[in-house]
Design a protein around this ligand. Structure first.
Ligand code: IMP
Length: 177
């Protein structure tokens, strides 16, 4: 029995995740043809998505990471967002895609879009693997959206529950038993 099987059920298979990432990457490749693009991943949850997306995009890509603390290991978001790690290069004049694992309440993305927008990039778009619209507190335009999911707490492919399960290659849902 695999280590997760007692606690986690598969919601979106690893193959389905990979196929979707390739689809989003193909769209990005088309939309940004002839341009350089900076992918900004939000730590730690988006790093798996960021890496796979970056590998599948056929463009000159630069990578940045941001750390925010909006979430403290339980199943609820506090709404308070703080930058714990900032990008390493100026973003002025660059084409940015903010890469996020999941848009839940939308508060993290709202904060980041405002914060990054103030640095005068050439453009800024959002890629999110998952969206949980049932819990949205603000409307975030997601330009590259993977899957819309129901209001369940999910783990895997970067998403954690108390720092656990990030390394699952699929999106899973915590089960009752
Ligand atoms: P927000 O509520 O849209 O600001 O989401 C903030 C962060 O909460 C996300 O980037 C995730 O790291 C985390 N989060 C939200 N929903 C889930 C979930 O179902 N599983 C794991 N983490 C989640």
């Amino acid at each position: 029995m695999a280590f997760y099987e007692r606690d986690v059920d598969v919601m979106i298979s690893a193959d389905a995740v990979q196929a979707k990432v390739r689809e989003l990457a193909a769209q990005i490749t088309k939309d940004y043809a002839g341009k350089d693009v900076t992918l900004i991943g939000v730590m730690k949850g988006s790093v798996f998505f960021l890496v796979d997306l970056a590998k599948a995009v056929d463009l000159p890509v630069t990578i940045e990471l941001m750390g925010v603390s909006s979430y403290h290991g339980g199943t609820e978001t506090t709404g308070e967002v703080r930058i714990t790690h900032d990008v390493s290069k100026p973003l002025h004049g660059r084409h940015l895609i903010l890469v996020e694992d999941i848009v839940d309440t939308g508060l993290t993305m709202q904060f980041l879009l405002e914060n990054l927008g103030a640095r005068h990039p050439a453009s800024i778009k959002v890629a999110a693997l998952l969206e949980k619209p049932a819990r949205a507190k603000v409307k975030i335009p997601i330009d590259y959206k993977g899957f819309v999911i129901e209001d369940k707490f999910v783990v895997g492919y970067g998403l954690d529950y108390g720092e656990k399960y990030r390394n699952l290659p699929f999106i899973g849902v915590m089960n009752a038993g």
